[in-house]
Design a protein around this ligand. Sequence first.
Ligand SMILES: Cc1cc2nc3c(=O)[nH]c(=O)nc-3n(C[C@H](O)[C@H](O)[C@H](O)COP(=O)(O)OP(=O)(O)OC[C@H]3O[C@@H](n4cnc5c(N)ncnc54)[C@H](O)[C@@H]3O)c2cc1C
Length: 399
Amino acid sequence: MTTYDTQVIVAGAGPVGTVAALNLARRGIDVVLCEAGPDCAQDLRASTFHPPTLEMLDELGVVDPMLEYGIHAPVYQFRERQSGEVVEFDLSEISDRTKYPFRLQCEQHVMAGMLAKQLEQHPRAEMLFNHRAIAFEQTDSGVELAVETPYAIDHVRGQYLIAADGGNSIIRKWLNVEFEGFTYPEKFLCLSTKVDMKEHFENLSYVNYISDPEEWLVLLRAPSVWRILLPAPESDADEYLLSDEKAHRVFSNLTGDPNTPTQHRTIYRVHQRVAKRFDHGRVFLVGDAAHLNNPLGGFGMNSGIHDAWNLCDKLEACLANGHDPAAFELFGRQRHQVTHDFIQAQTIQNKELLEVGDAEAHALKLERMRAIQRDPVKRREFLLNQAMFRSLEDAASIT
Ligand SMILES: Cc1cc2nc3c(=O)[nH]c(=O)nc-3n(C[C@H](O)[C@H](O)[C@H](O)COP(=O)(O)OP(=O)(O)OC[C@H]3O[C@@H](n4cnc5c(N)ncnc54)[C@H](O)[C@@H]3O)c2cc1C
């Protein structure tokens, strides 16, 4: 059995845990990052990085290779599938506010992998793959985490523990904190293809939200593929949703070519849930361990990275000046409130807009969107809000 001693323990090497660990190591803080898997999970989930997240990654010194690899998407579109109407927003209009006036389309595992490599070489960091957190104990002065390796149960002792172990977080379960919210009844199906969707739609941007009462869609370009996200009834069996028959139907409706080859076919269950509290003494929930939301708007990973960023400031101060429960309580309140007021509310609204639902209500929403688009002041506010600048300002204003 091995015992590690460190200042901060991070569980989970997804995008949020790797950002937290590298941020701390670069501040001169000792950190041990325990990841259950043999590497950073390669599944195709988040692919949109918003401008303030890119600014944070710039501070970590990792943004340049990401900018080189990823696709810059300044424009995103809301499309009406039936009428063909397009309402478009262009982040270039806020280039006075940010060095990165675009969404960067880049798979989350590419970033997590880059950060894990840096952590492996960092003198302040220990990157432990195949180390699954299984239980922890906290006292007034620290936390001890038990981790399962292929051959033993090891222990990691630190002053603080960051739970970045994803939506199924075992640390959240041990804390017995309520994970309030709901799970959507329908499934979400994600298909990807190397066929260029721009050839099938006039003036398509790289990020497109397409409303339709029968089958709404999100069409996104990632560096390696185009991704198509759509809802699927709960009653449809997974085998059918992953079958050629279903893919043929989707592409037949989308491009007219049922035989479009696919690279990935994945089914997700989607939740809108927020942990009742993010700070628990010396243990903190961040990212999907703390909150889950639908992917419409690209906020889940980005807001998790923003949680980690906020928490690292408080950790640095407390490690330098002594433990201050009020600092961590402030982290919890700041991030809980913006998760609730912005991330949850906005993602629920985004889904309602795509679904159309009641035709009259949808017409009103669409008219509101057109009005925002036409008015330069409202349009700028919308761009700053959707780019997540406002949620960071709102969090900072909570004292
Ligand atoms: C289809 C889809 C599209 C999405 N698109 C976007 C998008 O464009 N933009 C966006 O911001 N968000 C998006 N999201 C959400 C985003 O994927 C998540 O919010 C993000 O992955 C959360 O990161 P995380 O690091 O908190 O958790 P995860 O990515 O789930 O990482 C958790 C890590 O912890 C590890 N782990 C789990 N249990 C343990 C344990 N006991 N011990 C040690 N390690 C453990 C896991 O192996 C994993 O590596 C999307 C989600 C889906 C499903």
